[in-house]
Design a protein around this ligand. Structure first.
Ligand code: TYM
Length: 332
């Protein structure tokens, strides 16, 4: 069976609808056809400053949400990145074949470094995409389900795999992006030309998976739309309505054309009211299951440790092959 790998950062108290619809929902679907590895990437979550008191809890909440949306630890390997040391070890090796200029061109780095002030941005933020390549290559992943914002990072992972293979001999599978167009970029409700983002959207622009229904309904009601009246899907001319339709379609399973036909002659208010209900129906069971997993943290931690042990078997084999290729002694 082909392999998939993907990761998500525990940098907020909840995933948002962009994470869910753009990535995590596809992770669930891929479990049937693929040998799947899914990771809460806490190493990535310390690159821009963090609070040690909340990080571990956020990792648990992230894992609980993944279980709640349907990641099945019997079928998939679900784990926390820092529990598998091979990620850091391979990242060092890959860092040594990454060009400084190549890493400098990563747009997410440039954006974040600019926001923090380039003197203050950490070296970890700079090498973040190299660690991400290590995550993927360690598992010999064929495909990586992510949102559009990760495309450039994936391109780097592919380049590094190819470069290593050419220089030292075939070692890594070259991973392909798995980006589902309809939900690849869910946008900010207050700024529908920008992506919905944990780090840069305002709270009103984001619907969190764990938001209570009244709160998400209010955010949907206040979502920015254009001054027209007609409900049509036009990502350029009507980005706000297009985003609401994309969310509606993904959560309800109804096609965009079907929705546009159903709302013919109705107003934005009707669409928003119904969407709030669709969101409530989709998220309430996820929220209940998330709470159940969080009620028993010892059991959750145990499940994650078991996942890390399974992951390590694969990761260790790749690291051993890599060390051999580059002339290191075998890892003990
Ligand atoms: P992160 O934690 O920012 O986001 C997790 C996933 O959610 C997707 N996503 C979106 N999709 C559609 N619309 C949006 N508005 C939206 N916002 C976020 C992201 O594309 C991502 O798939 N660097 C990664 C984590 C990572 C990783 C990896 C991913 C680390 N190692 C290896 C894949 C493979 C990140 O920061 O994702």
């Amino acid at each position: 069976r082909p392999r998939v790998f993907s990761g998500i950062q525990p940098t907020a108290d909840s995933f948002h609808l962009g994470n869910y619809l753009g990535a995590v929902r596809h992770w669930v679907a891929l479990q049937d056809s693929h040998d799947a590895f899914y990771c809460v990437v806490d190493l990535h979550a310390i690159t821009a400053g963090h609070d040690p008191k909340v990080l571990k809890q956020r990792s648990r909440v992230a894992a609980a949400q993944l279980l709640a949306v349907g990641i099945d630890p019997e079928r998939s390997t679900l784990f926390v990145q820092s529990q598998v040391a091979e990620h850091s070890q391979l990242a060092w090796v890959l860092g040594c074949i990454t060009g400084f200029g190549e890493a400098s061109r990563m747009t997410q780095f440039k954006d974040k470094a600019q926001k923090q002030g380039s003197e203050r941005a950490s070296v970890g933020l700079f090498t973040y995409p190299v660690l991400m390549a290590a995550d993927i290559l360690l598992y010999q992943a064929d495909a990586v389900p992510v949102g559009e914002d990760q495309r450039q990072h994936l391109e780097l992972s592919r380049d590094l795999a190819q470069r290593f293979n050419t220089t030292f001999g075939p070692t890594f599978t070259v991973p392909a992006p798995h980006i589902v167009k309809d939900t690849a970029k869910i946008t900010d409700l207050q700024d529908p030309t920008s992506k919905m983002s944990k780090s840069s959207s305002s709270p009103a622009g984001i619907i969190d998976l764990l938001d209570d229904p009244a709160r998400s309904a209010k955010k949907i009601r206040s979502a920015v739309t254009d001054t027209g009246r007609e409900i049509v899907f036009d990502a350029v001319g009507k980005p706000g309505i297009a985003n609401l339709l994309s969310i509606y379609s993904a959560l309800s399973g109804r096609g965009i054309d079907d929705l546009v036909a159903a709302y013919d002659g109705k107003g934005y208010g009707d669409l928003k009211k119904d969407l709030a209900e669709v969101v409530r129906e989709a998220l309430t069971p996820i929220q209940e299951r998330t709470r159940t997993y969080l009620d028993d943290p010892a059991q959750l931690d145990k499940l994650l440790a078991q996942g890390a042990e399974k992951a390590r078997v694969v990761a260790a084999a790749t690291l051993r092959a890599t060390y051999d290729r580059i002339g290191f002694f075998p890892p003990l």
